[in-house]
Design a protein around this ligand. Structure first.
Ligand code: FES
Length: 165
């Protein structure tokens, strides 16, 4: 059964309380982020649960969750690479970065490695055009990407995963 932990539920209540009565839909996006933090992705059950919490129709939640690429609608790896492929990043080499990540990890865009460590996605402009080419990785931006930097990032993720095993 889908249910937020006590700690997350307290946060949900705090977020809802920021908005006037009847405007709880405004809390939808931050609560979807919390749900994604809790379960890694947004299943239909999770979206229905969030709809119930906010007294919304499930379709209202699906509309938002499917519109924004930052919400994962299927299970993703521990590290999600969202490589920007909009104009400024593209002219700075994002296509090459995407191709390199695909080759190095053996996955396509939208796919996850068999070990569950990495998912590759593309994203529209992430507002860091001056640092192109770039990608978002969780809460962090990885900027001025080169093949070498991609190698370092992947190695670091693998090191972290190995140290936890
Ligand atoms: S075009 Fe990539 S961050 Fe703006």
């Amino acid at each position: 059964m889908v249910q937020f932990s006590e700690e997350k539920m307290a946060k949900v209540k705090e977020i809802i309380s920021r908005y006037p009565e009847g405007r709880q839909k405004s809390a939808l996006m931050p609560i979807l982020h919390l749900a994604q933090e809790e379960w890694g992705w947004l299943s239909a059950d999770t979206m229905d649960y969030v709809a119930g919490l906010l007294q919304l129709e499930p379709i209202e939640v699906y509309e938002v969750a499917t519109f924004y690429t930052m919400y994962n609608l299927k299970p993703v790896g521990k590290h999600v690479f969202e490589v920007c492929h909009t104009g400024p990043c593209m002219v700075s080499g994002s296509d090459d970065i995407i191709a390199y990540i695909k080759e190095k990890l053996g996955i396509g865009v939208g796919e996850t490695t068999a070990d569950g460590l990495f998912t590759l996605k593309t994203a529209e402009c992430l507002g860091a055009c001056g640092y192109a080419p770039m990608m978002q990785m969780g809460k962090f931006y990885k900027e001025h990407l080169t093949r070498e930097k991609v190698d370092q990032i992947i190695d670091e993720c693998r090191r972290q995963a190995a140290s936890l095993n």
